[in-house]
Write a protein that binds this ligand. Structure first.
Ligand code: FAD
Ligand code: FES
Ligand code: FES
Length: 1670
């Protein structure tokens, strides 16, 4: 049922029209309905929407081009809802549509306007950029506001900023441009002498999805005082440009002065003022504006209901719930809250903006010695949010967000708390000062924060703050931290207690605890130069962290690692030069220089204006906010607004719909569902490897990607006399026309679809506008009223399908030089809940790229999931296809230890060789381009520089990767575009209308160039009209980079037709005619001056061709944090002779940067249980911002290239560059590999896209293990131990290795693409399954038992180690569950560290059956390894038992060695020892008939049998079951076959020949715990150790694990395998072997279906399934 309260009704009634998305969310309707319905957009089976009557404000727009200072009494109606934003007001009341919006949460900058306000305390004027979407209109009283219309326009002239942005080609779809312009305008107003660096820093809140930012930055940097000569040259004469400026005051050309006085911003727009106190009774709340703190207190004493203080109102952008209230108290005019004082310590008013706070801190740090430290705070604050948010957002507002949501990772709170800040609170009862920390628990009802005080600190104090984020700018922290310490002398003695504060991760007491108290306590008085101090501090911190997990935040393991890493970074920084040079890079953050770009174009002056580098023809309109987008179309009287109501469950069953209460609300005009559809409700789109000398087998994974167009899906429908007019933002007019006609069941000719432009599309507006248009049309048609639907960002991102995500399993065979012999892969694509359009097969042909292989075997598999049906996304399928083969070739190169680029070149396809489709290849353009590219990109030099850099630095690494591309383009017959050209007889002007859709790709510009060239007229004679379904009927989709060429071709042919018709007139005149004369005479001769052409693919003039390209990216990573940056990117692409070089450069750069976003940072997450989309806000989803682009970005067109096949020698540019951007992923991988090389880890591993900060950090090989860190201190010499040497121990001959016959199987993890079990599974050693329970149970290091689903890979923690301080690290206090079996419903656990446990998996309780401290026959029960349960409930378990227990910290170790098999009697609870004398008794398995127990003796490589009854021999007699296994034997399990038999997991196989003997280990003294750790990891026989280390072992730790030569050891070890043994112990077959070294299999279980094996610790990754099919 739906309940609606009054507040909700008011919302509906008075909501300004553009805010309906918010209204829907605010309405309880949504929280109730969704459970019962399906998402319309997903199911396409029914239609459901609500309609409201809009409320029209009586006030007219307040100015044509500007909003004057707003007068509340005269400018703003008093009956708007208090949440009405300035953006709503500008667009809907003032009808100023130049200001755009997208996110409405401060995350995109599309809504930026410039405001000048007066500070109530200082009374100074401040000009700043603000997000109009967040500013409440009632806060604006007294402000001077400028919108993009207010600074320049077509009639009066454009502002230099508008012009410059257009001239520099900084606008494509143009949707971000007004926001960009106004941000720049505000910046220049507030800082006329700005530097290039200021520009880069100040665009941290403005997203552009099209351009790749480089031209925008160039345009704006050209205003900087330190602009480079190149930029200045490009601008030309700046003075000249300024002549075009228009004065917004007089609306005439700017004279530089006004009324005799030099211009200031204020003289141009009127000064702001301080408004008077105010109390407004609004229809849905009260708005109060006090002008003194006393007033505030007085209001508070009387106030009732929920109070919402308003300063910047930016809190709404973070947490929607903080936005609401019954009474709104606007604090912006309370001077006391804006006071800043240094008289008694530094006090900052709570209302002071973050921008002003930064400025204050910077100033005070210079003037006050005791505040020198605040420089660090100022720098940190500079990374909070973005410029417009910092300009409005206040200190108090930020702290109160933390108060309301303790989990909010407030940067202010973290850094202020670390330095000991306090807050002054004020309320009706007076004022009080409390420590900042105490604010979290303070009851803030009827209180305001008055100010924040920062204490003076010693100038020598050491302070460091960190903020690690998924994106460099405008992103909240994964973890933020601040460290403050008083450090003394060369030994780095910590005088007193340091202050260590964390945000983004919980400490022991949850989010209420922000100080790492135990770590602070531990470090007090300690010397940081002592390695043991550092080691233990990190361990103490690890123990203080509390595990927590949400579906959307980063994993706990990453955040925990980050917290420890940041402490380590701080320590490194404190120690400075005391650490070896190689390690110092760990102390610093990545530093980014000002970015720059270089572009080399091709152009042919003979062809001008075709191929002339010109800005886009709409550029000025766009930068001035004059370009009209669909949602800018003015409202018609009576127009209604439609919204979808969404389900919160994917693929849920629709039980019923009851809309009666919604329909009863005032203003709700209708509700429609599938049953209302008169027409159709369906308008969507419907071997050889083995023979090769070398082979690889692997897997890769690529995520999905939002299109992230800033103009959301939008449609306006108007019933007309003829049928219906549909204004849609679509890439495919024809399909929208069909959708509307089919849903309404009316003829196509009654549907007129008009598209002027799309504000970005990227494939997302090919078919999805059908849904929006059909729904809107239905409502309009039924109600006979105009209806508009503009999706809000969250809805848009949630319901619209995205880029297909992939998992690919591959094998490849190749020669010793890397030449491909055969490639085989299964390509699983997540198409969403239904297959509307799947690019999987589409991209397959691209998965050969530019390579030759005699055999290709790709099998595409579309996987249905519970996410929205996915759709085309820029370069769909082609991007992934190229990524697949590039990944495979990278793997081959890795295996061969060769430079990947060399292996790629070896494989280049040659002329005549057959491609995947069996067609002979044309001459390959790449080899020639490679030579050019090697030089221009300086490949050799940079590779050796990178190598040197990586050798010199442990904690920062660099990587470089080159990707070549062969991108075939064709003009298939279904590509067809109608073009119509009209010439007007009087002035000879020309109008072209084509069936393509302009969405920023420059189609209109190219068409205009072609028309001008063909007709021989100047460009300004040509105008492009919006496309529509009447003039351009039957046109195809604009996509695949082909639209431009085909529309240009059509234009050329239509123009030629016209000229042919006019030719006789010219011939007759027999003299030169001007164009206008010629046209006039033709007209007079009765010639039809209109021509059309239907440009159809397959036309002999347009033949398929290939775009070749090369791209190279160099990246740098911070190994400790996982942060990355792209240092340089080079692209060389063959674009033929560019039709419009500026446009094409923009396409290349823009698509490459979109690719960088895809491969490096854009991550989509779903709720694994409901399928709900979790990353549909700018807070969570992070497309690139301007500091994510390459610092050095060089783009070149291949010179002297001509394309004989394409249109006028040109080639397509919209998509190919995106395909090459995968080089960024490989470059990151190279950088990570460099850290692995440092540790001699040489096995192949997979880095899936996107390589987020989290993923990069987790891919580095446990760099932050405590011991590793110790090496940095270097106070003691590093010690490297040679490899261990097991002598004559194994007899490999007995085993014949089978060929690999278990093949990888899809694990269906795609159903929940965000679940990465490998991230949480830390070496599972055993699995258990329960009858009638689909889950599989396993244990993870740290003691937790988890269960995971074998198909979906969802997982849940079942029980946790109950020992305090367990953080999942190796720690003797933690449990280590090694063996698991069910006894009834209880899960029994053999816990190496804690004994034998019984876990109730349903409620998580744990009972200790036998504690590890229990003494059995004189020795304790430690190192319990495995168990099995017989039918009586007796437990047989194994233990590496101890004769001489020694405390080695993590384990107790024995010197002589005596593993045991024990039994726990179910009835008596007694433990008896059945068998002793094993080395390392690992796996335990009862035979099928329970007549004997097998025990795997790990390091003897044998399995022994202990007989239980007479049938199998004498009870109690021990027999060898099998021996001579050439490796460790970890785990043995029943095979699950009817026949009986067993599976044995062999973690790794030793190759004795390769072991190096060691002279003596005794010269390397070690601590006992280190030995134990080492022993455990490499599992050497204990008697061997006994020889070397006579008991007891003592010594001082001198080294870390890395220094033990452990990795050397592992390189001598072969892969692990699983063998099947018969019931009598014969080896039947090898079921599976692992490819690569340093991988091991710790356990193998038959899956329930009998067709698969479940492997644990597979390739160090967690879990894998192996099919036994073959
Ligand atoms: C896009 C975006 C990115 C952001 N990124 C970050 C980030 O990286 N790190 C970070 O720390 N923060 C971040 N923030 C949060 C931002 O700093 C805060 O939104 C801002 O400081 C809040 O100030 P405000 O004046 O706008 O508060 P408002 O939105 O006006 O108020 C917020 C809350 O505080 C209360 N309040 C305001 N002033 C007082 C007072 N004096 N006394 C008592 N209660 C008061 C209000 O009642 C309300 O509940 C981000 C915000 C946005 C929108
Ligand atoms: S719409 Fe205001 S910042 Fe995005
Ligand atoms: S031009 Fe910036 S978003 Fe399209």
């Amino acid at each position: 049922m739906i309940t609606v309260d009054d507040g909700c009704v008011n919302w509906f009634t008075w909501t300004p029209v553009a805010d309906l998305g918010d209204v829907v969310r605010a309405c309880p309707l949504l929280t109730l309905i969704p459970c019962e319905i399906k998402i319309w957009a997903i199911e396409h089976r029914f239609l459901l929407n609500y309609l409201w009557m809009p409320y029209f404000f009586s006030l007219p727009a307040s100015g044509r081009f500007r909003v004057k200072p707003l007068e509340l009494t005269s400018g703003i109606p008093t009956d708007l809802p208090p949440s009405t934003s300035l953006n709503d007001f500008l667009r809907n009341n003032a009808n100023l549509k130049g200001t755009k919006y997208f996110c409405k949460e401060g995350g995109c900058g599309a809504c930026t306007v410039s405001v000048t306000t007066m500070d109530p305390f200082s009374r100074l004027h401040v000009t700043k950029a603000v997000n109009s979407c967040l500013v409440p209109i009632y806060s604006c009283d007294g402000w001077s506001i400028k919108t993009v219309e207010g600074i320049g326009n077509k009639t009066d002239g454009y502002h230099p900023i508008q012009k410059r942005l257009a001239d520099f080609n900084g606008t494509q779809c143009g949707y971000c441009s007004p926001g960009m312009v106004m941000n720049m305008y505000s910046l220049l107003e507030s800082n006329p002498n700005l530097k290039m660096e200021d520009v880069e820093r100040s665009f941290d809140g403005n997203i552009c999805r099209c351009t790749g930012y480089r031209p925008i930055l160039d345009a704006f940097k050209s205003f900087a005082s330190d602009a480079t000569p190149e930029l200045k040259k490009k601008v030309g004469d700046i003075e000249d440009v300024l002549k075009d400026a228009v004065c917004p005051k007089t609306m005439t050309a700017c004279q530089g002065k006004l009324e005799g006085k030099p211009c200031t911003p204020l003289t141009c727009s009127g000064p702001p003022r301080l408004p008077a106190a105010l109390q407004l009774d609004l229809k849905s709340g009260e708005w109060i504006r006090p002008t003194s703190l006393e007033d505030v207190k007085a209001f508070l004493s009387k106030a009732s209901g929920k109070i919402r203080f308003v300063v910047g109102n930016t809190g709404r952008g973070v947490h929607r719930d903080v936005a609401e209230g019954d009474t709104y108290i606007d604090l912006n005019q309370v001077p006391e809250l804006f006071a800043i004082s240094t008289s008694n310590g530094l006090s900052i008013g709570a209302g002071v903006s973050l921008t002003k706070t930064i400025e204050t801190l910077k100033n005070v740090s210079v003037t006050e010695t005791s505040y020198k430290y605040v420089t660090a705070l100022a720098e940190h604050l500079g990374r909070v949010a973005n410029v417009p948010v910092r300009n409005s957002g206040s200190v108090g507002g930020n702290l109160m967000l933390k108060h309301a949501h303790h989990e909010f990772q407030s940067d202010l709170f973290t850094i202020f708390e670390a330095v000991g800040a306090s807050v002054v609170l004020a309320g009706p009862d007076g004022e009080k000062q409390i420590p900042l920390n105490a604010l979290l628990c303070e009851d803030m009802n009827k209180k305001v924060i008055r100010s924040v005080s920062l204490p003076p600190l010693s100038p020598d104090i050491r302070i460091r703050t960190f903020k690690i984020t998924p994106r460099l700018q405008n992103a909240h922290a994964y973890v933020n931290a601040a460290f403050v310490a008083d450090v003394d002398g060369a030994e780095a003695l910590l005088k007193g207690r340091p202050s260590i504060v964390f945000g983004g991760i919980q400490l022991k007491d949850g989010f209420e605890q922000v100080h790492a108290k135990e770590t602070e306590e531990f470090l007090t008085g300690k010397k940081l130069t002592e390695e043991s101090v550092v080691q233990e501090a990190l361990a103490v911190l690890g123990g203080e962290l509390k595990e927590s997990k949400t579906d959307v935040e980063a994993s706990f393991s990453y955040r925990a690692r980050l917290a420890q890493g940041l402490l380590y970074k701080f320590i490194l920084g404190v120690l400075g030069d005391a650490v070896p040079e190689k390690l110092r890079s760990g102390a610093t953050n990545l530093s980014r220089e000002i970015s720059s770009g270089k572009q080399e174009i091709t152009s042919d002056p003979k062809d001008y204006p075709i191929s002339k580098p010109i800005p886009k023809i709409e550029a000025w309109n766009q930068t001035a906010g004059e370009a009209q987008y669909t949602n800018d179309i003015p409202l018609l009287p009576g127009e209604l607004h439609a919204v979808f109501v969404l389900a919160s469950y994917g693929r849920a069953k629709l039980k019923s719909i009851d809309a009666s209460q919604a329909l009863a609300m005032p203003g709700v005009a209708g509700f429609f569902s599938a049953k209302d559809i008169p027409g159709a409700n369906d308008f969507m789109q419907g071997e050889g490897v083995e023979e090769a000398p070398q082979r690889i087998v692997g897997e890769m994974e690529f995520g999905s990607q939002h299109h992230f167009y800033l103009e959301t899906q939008v449609c306006v429908c108007r019933p007309t006399e003829d049928g219906i007019d549909v204004f849609a933002a679509t890439q495919w007019i024809d399909k929208v026309q069909l959708a509307v006609s089919s849903i309404l069941n009316i003829p196509e000719n009654s549907v007129n679809v008009v598209v002027r432009r799309c504000g970005g599309a990227y494939g997302g507006k090919i078919t999805r506008p059908n849904q929006i248009s059909a729904a809107t049309a239905l409502a309009a048609y039924k109600l006979r009223k105009p209806v508009r639907m503009a999706l809000d960002m969250e809805t848009n991102l949630a319901i619209i399908g995205k880029r297909t995500a992939y998992i690919v399993k591959y094998q490849a065979g190749f020669e010793d030089d890397g030449k491909l012999r055969a490639v085989k892969a299964k390509i699983y694509g997540d198409v969403g809940h239904s297959v509307n359009e799947s690019p999987i097969t589409f991209g397959l042909s691209m998965a050969q790229n530019c390579y030759f292989s005699p055999k290709w075997n790709y099998m595409p598999v579309a996987v249905l999931t519970n996410t929205p049906s996915n759709t085309w996304t820029r370069s769909p399928g082609t991007t992934e296809g190229i990524a697949i083969i590039e990944h495979i070739v990278e793997h081959i190169a890795f295996k061969l230890k060769k430079n990947p680029f060399e292996v790629k070149q070896v494989n280049f396809i040659k002329e005549g060789e057959l491609d995947m489709n069996g067609s002979p290849a044309e001459p390959n353009g790449l080899p020639e381009m490679v030579e050019i590219f090697k030089k221009s990109a300086e490949l050799e030099k940079r590779m050796s520089e990178i190598q040197a850099y990586n050798e010199a630095n442990v904690w920062k690494k660099r990587g470089l990767s080159v990707v070549p591309m062969k991108y075939p383009c064709g003009y298939p017959p279904f590509f067809r575009f109608a073009v119509s050209v009209s010439v007007f007889h009087d002035d000879g002007t020309v109008t072209v209308s084509h069936g393509g859709c302009e969405m920023g790709q420059g189609l209109n510009t190219k068409v205009a160039q072609v028309a001008a060239k063909t007709l021989g007229v100047p460009m300004d004679k040509v105008m492009i009209r919006p496309s529509d379904s009447f003039t351009n009927a039957n046109s195809a989709v604009t996509g695949g980079s082909m639209g431009s060429e085909m529309c240009c071709y059509g234009t050329q042919e239509a123009c030629k037709d016209l000229l042919n018709r006019m030719q006789p007139v010219k011939a007759k005149e027999n003299k030169d005619l001007t164009w206008v004369e010629w046209v006039a005479k033709s007209f007079n001769a009765g010639i039809d001056l209109r021509a059309t052409y239907y440009s159809v693919g397959g036309n002999p003039d347009l033949k398929p061709y290939i775009v070749y390209g090369l791209a190279c990216t160099e990246v740098e990573i911070d190994v400790i944090t996982g942060e990355k940056q792209v240092l340089r990117a080079d692209i060389l692409e063959d674009v033929g002779v560019s039709l419009s070089p500026e446009v094409d450069i923009g396409q290349l750069e823009g698509s490459f940067v979109m690719g960088l976003g895809y491969w490096l940072q854009e991550e989509i997450k779903y709720n694994p249980r409901t399928g709900e989309h979790l990353t549909n806000r700018t807070w969570e989803y992070k497309p690139p911002l301007c500091k994510d682009i390459p610092i050095d970005f060089r783009v070149s067109f291949l010179q002297n290239s001509e394309n004989p096949f394409g249109f006028r020698r040109s080639k397509a540019t919209g998509e190919p560059a995106l395909c090459m951007s995968v080089c960024s992923l490989f470059a990151v991988k190279q950088a990570v590999q460099a850290t692995r090389n440092d540790k001699n880890i040489t096995d192949w591993w997979n880095l899936s896209g996107p390589a987020t900060t989290e993923k990069i950090a987790l891919a580095t090989p446990a760099p932050l293990c405590v011991a590793e860190m110790l090496r940095v201190l270097a106070l003691l010499p590093l010690v490297f131990l040679p490899a261990f040497y097991p002598i004559g121990f194994f007899t490999a001959e007995k085993f014949k290795f089978d060929s690999l016959d278990g093949i990888y199987e899809p694990n269906e993890a795609l159903k929940n693409p965000n679940i990465k079990l490998s991230e949480i599974l830390n070496g599972p050693e055993s699995f258990a399954m329960r009858d009638n329970d689909p889950w599989i149970y396993t244990g993870i290091a740290g003691g937790s038992i988890i269960k995971f689903h074998p198909n979906t890979f969802e997982y849940e923690t079942v029980a946790k180690s109950q020992d305090p301080g367990c953080s999942g690290t190796w720690d003797h206090r933690c449990g280590r569950p090694l063996g698991l079996r069910f006894r009834g419903d209880k899960l029994l656990v053999a816990d190496a560290n804690r004994g034998l446990l019984s876990v109730n998996v349903d409620d998580g309780t744990v009972e200790i059956l036998v504690s590890s401290s229990t003494m059995v026959e004189g020795s304790p029960l430690v190192l319990v390894n495995d168990l099995d349960v017989d039918s009586n409930g007796d437990v047989y378990f194994s233990q590496s038992s101890l004769d001489v227990p020694l405390d080695f910290g993590m384990f107790t170790l024995f010197a002589s060695g005596s593993g045991r098999l024990l039994k726990l009697d179910a009835e008596t609870g007694e433990v008896s020892v059945l068998l002793t004398g094993l080395y390392f008794a690992n796996g335990v398995q009862l035979s099928k008939d329970r007549s004997f127990v097998l025990v795997a003796d790990c390091f003897r490589g044998k399995i022994v049998r202990y007989n239980l009854n007479r049938e199998q021999g004498s009870p109690g007699v021990v027999e060898t079951f099998i021996e001579g296994i050439p490796g460790a034997v970890d785990n043995i399990r029943a095979s699950g076959n009817k026949k009986g038999g067993f599976l044995v997991a062999i973690p790794f196989v030793f190759n004795p020949k390769n072991f190096n003997p060691i002279d003596s280990l005794s010269e390397y003294p070690l601590t006992r715990s280190m030995i134990a750790r080492l022993l455990y990891m490499i599992r050497l026989p204990f008697d061997f150790i006994t020889e070397l280390f006579p008991n007891p072992v003592t010594g001082v730790i001198r080294s870390a694990i890395g220094g033990f030569g452990l990795n050397d050891y592992f390189t001598k070890v072969k892969h692990g395998m699983v063998v099947e043994l018969s019931e009598s112990g014969e080896v039947l077959r090898t079921l599976h072997t692992v490819d690569g070294n340093y991988t091991h299999i710790s356990c193998a279980f038959p899956a329930r279906d009998g067709k698969r094996l479940i492997l644990g610790s597979y390739a160090d990754k967690g879990v894998a399934f192996v099919s036994l099919k073959k």
